[in-house]
Design a protein. Structure first.
Length: 277
C-alpha cells in the first residue's frame, strides 16, 4: 500500500513537470513576440512584447541621485578590493620567488599543452578533408540566387509572416509659404496614395490609420508614427521549413546548371586548341 502511494505521488510529480514543460513550450511556440515603436511624444520609445506582456526598453527611466551614488560607491569598493588583491600577490611573489617561478612555468606548460592539443585537432581535420573526394566548390552567386528565388517563390507568402497589429501615421506638411505647402501636401498625398494600397496587399496589416494634412498656419513639417509588429514562432518555423526545402531544391538545380555550363566551356576550349587538318 505504501509503495503504491509512493508510486502515485511520483507519477503525479512527473506528470506535473511534463505538463508544465509542455505549457511553457506551447506558450513559446504559439504566443506572439514583437516590438512596438513610437515617437508620438517627441522621443523614440521601444517596447518588447510577448503575448500580453509589454516591457519598455527605451527611453530608460532616469536613475535617482541615491542610486547613482550607490553605484559609484560599489565601483570604488571593487577597485579597492582589486588593488588590495594585487598588493597581496606582489608581496607573496617577493617573499618566495622560487614558488612564483614554478607557478609561471606550470602555467606556460599548460598553455603549451593546450596549443599542442589544438594543433593536433587541426591536423586531424586536415587529414579527414584530404581523404574526402574533391568536390568543385559552388560559387556564392549560385547560393544567393537560390536563396532569392526561394524567397520570391509565390507558393508561400513570406511578407505576411510579420503581422502589423497597428500602424498609426500622422504626417504634417509645411513649407516656406502657402504655395509650397500646398505643393508638398499634393506630393505627399500622391506618394501615400500610390504606396499604401500595395503595402496593404503585400503585408498583413490589421489596425491602421493614415492622416496627412497641411499646416498653413505654422508651416511646420512633422512625421509621427506608432507601429506594432508581431511574429508567431509556429508560423516562423513553418516558413523556415518551406524556405529550406525550396532553397535546397533550387540550389541543387542551379548548381547542376552551373556545372554543365562549366563543362561545356571546358569542352569548347579544348576543341579550340586542337589544330585543324
Amino acid at each position: 500500500m505504501i509503495l503504491l502511494k509512493i508510486l502515485l505521488i511520483a507519477l503525479a510529480v512527473v506528470g506535473g513537470i511534463i505538463g508544465l514543460v509542455l505549457l511553457i513550450a506551447g506558450l513559446l511556440v504559439f504566443s506572439a513576440i514583437g516590438v512596438r515603436i513610437s515617437n508620438a511624444k517627441g522621443k523614440l520609445a521601444v517596447w518588447v512584447k510577448f503575448g500580453l506582456l509589454s516591457i519598455k526598453i527605451t527611453p530608460k527611466k532616469p536613475k535617482s541621485e541615491k542610486a547613482l551614488a550607490e553605484k559609484q560607491r560599489k565601483k570604488e569598493k571593487k577597485k579597492l578590493k582589486k588593488a588590495k588583491k594585487a598588493e597581496k600577490r606582489a608581496l607573496k611573489e617577493a617573499k618566495d620567488p622560487e614558488k612564483t617561478a614554478r607557478r609561471l612555468a606550470k602555467k606556460q606548460a599548460s598553455k603549451a599543452k593546450k596549443l599542442a592539443k589544438k594543433n593536433k585537432k587541426k591536423a586531424k581535420k586536415k587529414q579527414k578533408k584530404a581523404k574526402k573526394p574533391f568536390k568543385p566548390p559552388i560559387p556564392s552567386s549560385v547560393t544567393l540566387k537560390a536563396a532569392l528565388t526561394a524567397l520570391a517563390d509565390y507558393d508561400y507568402e513570406y511578407a505576411k509572416l510579420i503581422r502589423f497589429n497597428r500602424i498609426y501615421i500622422d504626417c504634417r506638411i509645411g513649407g516656406e509659404d502657402a504655395c509650397r505647402t500646398a505643393l508638398a501636401y499634393g506630393r505627399a498625398c500622391r506618394l501615400f496614395g500610390l504606396s499604401y494600397p500595395h503595402a496593404m496587399r503585400i503585408f498583413d496589416i490589421r489596425k491602421h490609420r493614415l492622416n496627412v494634412y497641411p499646416d498653413f498656419i505654422e508651416r511646420k513639417s512633422e512625421f509621427t508614427f506608432d507601429l506594432t509588429l508581431t511574429l508567431r514562432l509556429a508560423r516562423a518555423a513553418r516558413a523556415g521549413l518551406v524556405f529550406f526545402k525550396g532553397f535546397k531544391n533550387y540550389k541543387t538545380k542551379f548548381a547542376a546548371e552551373y556545372a554543365a555550363k562549366q563543362e561545356a566551356d571546358q569542352d569548347g576550349k579544348q576543341d579550340s586548341t586542337v589544330p585543324e587538318k
